[in-house]
Design a protein around this ligand. Structure first.
Ligand code: B12
Ligand code: SF4
Length: 606
């Protein structure tokens, strides 16, 4: 138990830590600069600042907030414990936004605080997902409870954080806070905000915010619908303006809107309208990255308004180009016959397109995966392909089904980062599946394909070949040389000898430091070599005499033989059937003109 120094005013520390997870050697994945500030940390901090303003622990109690993002800052429990001990008062250690892959690290961090007598609570998708989907808590969560860790399931808005802070203050933290049965309304709730120093530890001018939660679809690999629900909940246009302005004064002008599917945010238009107003008013140059589905182009004005609002990059849940795989994953809303039109429209409006693509659906084989990647490269105007192993994430229907059937899933949650195989595949051997995944990355980020993507960007009047190249390099380099998924990447890997996974032996300094130094030098050299090569390609592309006339199948306006000629519809499994469905739907729409066209458009919204 730490000694508490008497302070003149009663003091309460709320320490919020967003943990990272371990690499294959057992060191937390950390960077000198990570990519984006954590939205969950910003949400919790925003709620805690509001609780502080409202003096939820009583008029005389001072609440001190401390925020740590372990992806860009070393978390030293000993130092935090000393800091609390020196300042005096009580404390709550909150491990926030803990995903399944971060759960082992969160528990390791918790051990030191618990040993010092400080109460610890873990919240986030691992806890919420397991409680939402499983009939009983899995062993790792029960073990955490046995250590004395309190659990938080659900969302912290609508006064729930206040309740927990009060319980911690009075020393009566409950073992479980379960709010899964009531999803909070977001309108008027304190918006996500982080102290400025967090932004400095990331790429610098980009931050994140959630404008809505929930998605109406039912993809079987998805955890979001089971945790955040299928109903759209969203912040108001006033909230959005508040967030943008608060960041703008700090010179932060780019935002990652973390909504999983902004196209299904019922208020997208009002939100875009407000951003358009801000852009044409006193917040010019603000820019956004959003995540959408493959039907977004059918929502009247969605892409047009998005572009006016400053959407510069879109993440699209493409997931696969085999309709049979999409049907198996209950992703019926994805129609391969829409992909080209949707991507071309974003491209025309100046957005860089990034598609999530999952490898390991039941119909996949190593050959079919590599064939499909070549089709994508040739026929889809995609700038970035984010590849993932199909992973039964706790909280998803896939996980629940495998759990019920007793199918083997890797018991080590640290591996559930979508960059590692955690179960077996019905058709591929373990090594074939892993090989298909690695080969797919290599094939898409080959030098020749980078050249093609840059030529496409350079030929487009609103294209941004320089930014396209930096994004491509990020994905290529992090994947090839850092051994982590690019979405977890950062600039300059940090490792600390003493911060090793619980249970693993601490390495000696003569082994650790020379290896760390050696691998850093080799990586930097490789980065430089790849950068120089790709920069050369960019320069050639920009100087090419046919820069503006360059075209290829992916960017050419769809011709009359579009559906006859492309492999996308004939080589994939289920492609022919998807085409037949499209033709049938088109024929139905064509028959009683006017009325049906209108109903077809509205059926895509919602
Ligand atoms: C944005 C995002 C990212 C960003 C994170 C940075 C950022 N700027 O925020 C990026 C792109 C880097 C990212 C990467 C990854 N992500 Co991600 N990500 C998301 C996403 C879309 C939004 C997160 C968010 O802000 N949610 C809104 C917040 C407010 O919700 P929340 O985290 O649940 O927090 C609330 C409650 O849980 C609770 N709470 C949480 N913690 C605590 C703690 C206490 C003490 C209390 C009281 C309450 C509390 O209160 C919060 C406010 O209501 C989610 C999906 C989603 N809809 O949440 C996936 C999600 C969290 N990611 C996921 C995954 C798997 C990953 C990756 C491993 C995959 C990959 N290879 O890309 C990497 C891991 C990287 C890493 N080390 O973090 C999964 C996790 C599933 C699981 N079971 O673990 C999710 C759910 C998406 C999915 N595919 O299912 N991600
Ligand atoms: S569209 Fe995306 S967010 Fe919605 S259910 Fe499917 S995977 Fe989940």
């Amino acid at each position: 138990m730490i000694a508490s120094v008497r302070s003149p005013q009663p003091l309460f520390h709320f320490v919020m830590i967003k943990p990272s997870h371990y690499d294959d050697d057992g060191y937390p994945i950390q960077w000198v600069r990570s990519a984006i500030p954590s939205n969950t940390l910003a949400c919790l901090n925003g709620l805690a600042e509001d609780a502080h303003r409202r003096k939820v622990l009583g008029p005389e109690v001072q609440i001190r907030l401390h925020t740590y993002d372990e992806t860009n800052r070393r978390v030293r429990p000993d130092k935090i414990i000393r800091m609390i001990s020196k300042a005096g008062g009580k404390a709550l250690i909150g491990l926030v936004g803990v995903q399944s892959n971060q759960f082992p690290r969160a528990v390791d961090l918790a051990r030191a605080f618990l040993a010092a007598g400080l109460p610890v609570c873990i919240g986030g998708f691992h806890i919420s997902g397991c409680i939402a989907m499983l009939p009983e808590l899995p062993q790792d969560i029960r073990d955490a409870q046995a250590l004395g860790i309190s659990l938080f399931a659900g969302e912290a808005e609508e006064g729930r954080l206040d309740e927990m802070l009060r319980d911690a203050w009075t020393g009566r933290l409950a073992p479980l806070y379960n709010y899964m049965d009531k999803l909070p309304n977001l309108q008027g709730e304190p918006p996500p905000i982080l102290p400025r120093q967090h932004i400095r530890r990331t790429s610098g001018s980009l931050t994140s915010m959630d404008l809505g939660r929930g998605c109406p679809y039912q993809c079987s690999f998805c955890t979001i619908i089971n945790v955040q629900g299928r109903k759209s909940r969203f912040r108001s246009a006033d909230d959005v303006e508040k967030i943008v302005r608060a960041n703008y004064v700090q010179n932060i002008k780019r935002f990652f809107i973390t909504d999983d599917n902004f196209a299904r945010n019922r208020d997208w238009e009002q939100l875009f309208d407000r951003l358009i107003e801000l852009r044409s008013g006193d917040c010019p140059n603000i820019g956004f990255t959003i995540q959408v589905d493959t039907l977004c182009h059918k929502i009247p004005n969605f892409i047009e308004k998005g572009a006016q609002a400053g959407v510069r990059r879109v993440f699209i849940g493409l997931e696969n180009i085999n309709p049979d795989n999409l049907i198996a994953a209950k992703k019926r809303q994805n129609k391969i016959t829409d992909y080209r039109q949707m991507l071309q429209k974003w491209r025309k409006h100046g957005a860089i397109t990034c598609a999530g693509y999952i490898i390991g659906f039941p119909g996949d084989t190593r050959d079919s995966v590599l064939r499909d990647i070549e089709i994508i490269k040739r026929e889809l105007p995609l700038d970035i392909l984010e590849l993932f192993f199909l992973t039964p994430l706790p909280g998803s229907e896939d996980h629940k089904v495998l759990w019920q059937k007793g199918v083997w899933m890797d018991p080590d949650m640290n591996r559930y980062d979508l960059n590692r195989r955690v179960t077996h595949h019905p058709r591929m051997s373990d090594s074939e599946w892993e090989d298909a995944y690695r080969a797919a990355w290599k094939a898409f980020y080959s030098t020749e394909h980078i050249r093609t993507i840059l030529r496409r960007a350079a030929a487009c009047p609103l294209g941004r070949p320089g930014t396209t190249l930096s994004t491509l390099l990020w994905f290529k380099l992090v994947n090839a040389y850092e051994g982590v998924h690019p979405l977890e990447g950062g600039a300059l890997r940090r490792k600390f000898r003493r911060d090793r996974r619980h249970g693993l032996r601490r390495e000696g300094p003569f082994v650790f430091y020379p290896r760390y130094l050696g691998e850093t030098v080799v990586k930097l050299w490789r980065y430089w070599a790849v950068y120089r090569q790709c920069k050369g390609i960019l320069d050639e592309t920009l100087a090419a005499s046919d820069r503006w006339t360059y075209t290829d199948i992916a960017i050419a306006t769809p011709g009359v033989d579009e559906f006859e000629a492309l492999d996308l519809y004939h080589a994939t499994s289920g492609g022919e059937a998807a085409l037949a469905r499209k033709r049938r739907d088109d024929a139905i729409r064509e028959r009683p003109r006017g009325v049906t066209r209108q109903s077809a458009a509205s059926s895509t919204v919602g």
